[in-house]
Design a protein around this ligand. Sequence first.
Ligand SMILES: C[S@@+](CC[C@H](N)C(=O)[O-])C[C@H]1O[C@@H](n2cnc3c(N)ncnc32)[C@H](O)[C@@H]1O
Length: 263
Amino acid sequence: MSALAVSVVPGAGEGGARVRLERFAARHDLPVADRLDAVPATRFALALDHGRAALHAPREWPDLGGDPLVIDFAADRRFARPPTRRDALARATGWKAGLRPMVIDLTAGLGRDAWALASGGCRVVAVERHPVVHLLLADALARAAAIPALAEIAGRIRLLHGDVRTGALDAEPAPDHGSVWYLDPMFPERRKSALVKKPMRVFHHLVGRDPDAAELFAWARRQPGARWVVKRPPDASPLDAIVPDVEYRSGRLRFDVYLPVRP
Ligand SMILES: C[S@@+](CC[C@H](N)C(=O)[O-])C[C@H]1O[C@@H](n2cnc3c(N)ncnc32)[C@H](O)[C@@H]1O
């Protein structure tokens, strides 16, 4: 039996999302149910929601709410406008007039940063190790690729499953001195959980924390690149207490930027 406490409710009918759910259940040896209310109350459920893969919290955790977690680049108003060169994300990743870097997003998560970077013109290799998060993002990208207005942006994102340190990038073109390495590790959930939207609480409960973020950063720093960017909450200490060369702030975010070490 898989270690994932997830049941799958692929539903009936046609559609890429349903096929993705069925394959996911088979690959991870997960129990399949024919209805959401048939899933044991202790388990997460992956089900279809309007043709989209959606993650439901275990029913025994009612404070996580009834809103499932779905990634939808077409419906999410945050993505209606691409970032400009003045935005903190663009400045942190080093956009120049007519030039967009290749970004390797080592912690793809829900793909919001990858999408923002790609909608501004960057090519993004996005790496996600959690199988359920990877499935939700793969489903969202496949749906976006089928929408003419979004297909070009989706086509700039290459999503990989795994961890770079165990070979997720091995079949890809080698990163070079122009690559930008991007990390946004999980941060402890804010205590005032009313401030965190319910689907995001589901995400936090599923993924937990990233206690190995410093090791991932140290690994990335040994690779060739133009800069390394770490996203942090504004009042957090820098990752592994390593002071950045530059920082950019925007609302509730801070981007710590590290430049190549000169010999
Ligand atoms: C805070 S979320 C990233 C959110 C993302 N930046 C976004 O815009 O949606 C962190 C994600 O990184 C993933 N992650 C953490 N360490 C990783 C690693 N070493 N390799 C691949 N994924 C990792 C976690 O599973 C989690 O989904």
